[in-house]
Design a protein around this ligand. Sequence first.
Ligand SMILES: C[S@@+](CC[C@H](N)C(=O)[O-])C[C@H]1O[C@@H](n2cnc3c(N)ncnc32)[C@H](O)[C@@H]1O
Length: 284
Amino acid sequence: MTTKNVSTLIQSITHRLDAVGIEDAGIDARLLLRSAFGWSAAKQLGQLLDPPPENRLDDLESMVVRRESREPLQYITGSTEFYRRNFTVSESVLIPRPETEQLVVQTLAFVRERGIENPRIADICTGSGAIAISLALEMPASEVHATDISAAAFTVAQQNADDLNAELEMHEGDLLDPLSGQFDVIVSNPPYILASAMPSLQAEVTREPSLALDGGKDGLDVIRPLFEGILARLKPTNSAAYIEIDPAIEDAVLALALKTFPHAGISLLTDFAGLTRCVSIEHA
Ligand SMILES: C[S@@+](CC[C@H](N)C(=O)[O-])C[C@H]1O[C@@H](n2cnc3c(N)ncnc32)[C@H](O)[C@@H]1O
């Protein structure tokens, strides 16, 4: 990589990423450079007209090559932000999305509105642990449990809990099977992509674990047993479950929720883009 200064280096990386069809090439170029050089945004701005550190250029080049292959930026930098904290991510876990923060917001609002002082909360299909850890940190008086069937994801979630000093109980296993007792709130972002949609996912998404994405033929392979588990483990009063879904399966999820939870208030919630993103199951 030959270059004059940081600014021209960013331009040349931007062109390379743009050429392979990456949408926000300029943003990615800046973030890769900051990650390779260990710089903050402010430091990067201050160095724009200076030569880049020679001893970091090989690292930067290998990161750019990975991004050109459409590997997600967050796997290359090794972290992502969720609910204002940094979480370690690797190819073993789904990269937490901003729309999933809604599950955290809904849970915090429910617990506050209902005045539940020491809520017992479960996050099923925890992946990197982003939801469970955020809830444990936002509500220190809560008892949070998290489960995931993937041993590799479980390791990442535990690392995040340690790094962020979050107190919660992690369980490796199938859905709610490893849990005992009943919960005030159950949240989950399960795999819900229609199997027929898997081959046409964005290039970056195909690099994420299919165990985290594939919901089977009708998108409900995991949601069906998840609902059964929730039925058994959600307190019958003053309790709620919030499950992230894809708009493509909203009718089927709504029908299943109405059938499984006849005594609960069921509604579909939209994300900031106006798309149905969550089914809410609340008991008075
Ligand atoms: C869509 S990802 C969600 C990860 C994280 N909660 C988030 O929102 O970023 C789904 C997760 O479910 C896990 N999973 C899939 N099937 C499962 C099952 N039967 N029991 C528990 N976890 C499962 C996958 O390993 C993956 O980590």
